[in-house]
Ligand binder design. Structure first.
Ligand SMILES: Nc1ncnc2c1ncn2[C@@H]1O[C@H](COP(=O)(O)OP(=O)(O)OP(=O)(O)O)[C@@H](O)[C@H]1O
Ligand SMILES: [Mg+2]
Length: 364
């Protein structure tokens, strides 16, 4: 899969811009604050319907403008596909797939797929479990709309259950909860099963990528402890029992203490916890290995690589790791952004060079 044209209107620092990408490696260079990350962000938007960095859609509208638009044209194994996202100041966004408006945000998923990585993604390894769950949710939602809709329903039921747990009337809680729990565990089981399958596929791939990038010097191991395995029915049944057993604790806490909203992934390198003992470079390599593994999972499932967006990643790796990375990604459309082009890193790889300056992106 590859995007061949991206058109931006009043998006971030761009007034009107149209840029052509080619399949294979694309390198977008430019000085600081020219709009490299903005262009990378726009592509991710077309894949998922939201920004990897802004938590409010209206922040992406060019200052002083009322509305913005991102339009992308891509080629997939099934043919041409176009996605348009239009925003206005009231955080209302409209989505068009092949020119037809879709009413549910989830319908944007699976049309153009991408894996996005930039220095802020280091939080995937360093920070809270929230960031690791977000990684799972973004990947799995792109791979399956069923997952995305189950997650939406799960979060809604979870927040209703949490509100109920705070009810001062214990009788109401005990009477009403079983109904919520049936619904909650039904959605949870879909999420847990999908995550179990994904992580079973992803872990050996991430370990392999890490060994490759570190020249076999470091052994990555990934571990998850959802605690639920088997079919959806089996997962739903065990979780339902655990919710029942944990009821008094949940009432005391005032929230639901078990379920996929509490999942985490642990990473170790040569046996040591990466979060605690890993150097910056090692943590970065773990996060990058995970993203590269994600591209392979896409390939295994759909027989097609997603678009790999590597924003400002090269400058953070040593030369050897940079060369290895470039060699490993030339089989898919990859969009690198960097302040400088180091030709020695790309010497064995054909690539398209784009330069951004004064809000304009030109092929060079
Ligand atoms: N809504 C907006 N309206 C106008 N300008 C914006 C908006 N949001 C961000 N910008 C501007 O876009 C500029 C470019 O940002 P971007 O992060 O894409 O730069 P970059 O080329 O990736 O730089 P760096 O090399 O530092 O990473 C910034 O100067 C920022 O102020
Ligand atoms: Mg940037």
């Amino acid at each position: 899969m590859f995007i061949h044209r991206l058109t931006l209107k009043n998006f971030r620092n761009y007034s009107e811009e149209c840029v052509s990408f080619k399949n294979g490696v694309n390198v977008l260079t430019g000085a600081n604050a020219q709009g490299k990350t903005n262009a990378a962000e726009a592509i991710f938007f077309l894949c998922t319907g939201y920004s990897p960095r802004a938590n409010k859609d209206r922040l992406v509208i060019k200052n002083g403008c009322e509305s913005a638009e991102i339009f992308g044209e891509a080629t997939s194994q099934y043919g041409e596909v176009s996605v348009k996202v239009a925003f206005n100041k009231n955080d209302k966004k409209s989505i068009y797939i092949n020119g037809m408006q879709v009413l549910k945000i989830g319908e944007i998923l699976g049309n153009i797929n991408s894996v996005f990585f930039n220095p802020a993604e280091l939080k995937l390894v360093q920070e809270s479990p929230d960031d690791r769950r977000r990684f799972l949710n973004v990947s799995l939602s792109q791979m399956s709309k069923t997952y995305f809709y189950a997650l939406q329903r799960y979060n809604k039921i979870l927040s209703q259950r949490n509100n109920l747990l705070k009810d001062p009337d214990a009788y109401i809680i005990r009477e009403t909860l079983p109904v919520w729990d049936m619904q909650l565990t039904k959605e949870a089981s879909k999420i847990i099963k999908a995550r179990n399958e994904f992580l079973t596929e992803l872990s050996p791939l991430a370990e392999e990528k890490h060994a490759f990038l570190s020249d076999g010097k470091e052994t990555l191991k990934m571990r998850t402890e959802s605690g639920y395995y088997g079919t959806e029915e089996e997962i739903a049944y065990s979780m339902y029992q655990d919710l029942k057993t944990g009821l008094e604790r949940d009432i005391r806490l005032g929230f639901t203490s078990i379920g996929p909203h509490r999942d985490d992934i642990k990473f170790t390198l040569n046996g040591d916890d990466v979060r605690i003992y890993g150097s910056q470079g090692q943590q970065r390599t773990v996060a990058l290995s995970l993203k590269l593994a994600e591209t392979e999972t896409f390939y295994k499932r759909f027989n097609e690589y997603p678009i790999l967006i590597l924003d400002d990643v090269l400058s953070e790796l040593d030369k050897k790791r940079q060369r290895k990375l470039v060699g490993a990604v030339e089989k898919m459309q990859t969009i690198f952004t960097a302040t400088h082009l180091d030709r020695t890193v790309f010497k064995n790889t054909p690539f398209t060079r784009l330069v951004v300056e004064n809000e304009k992106i030109k092929e060079k």
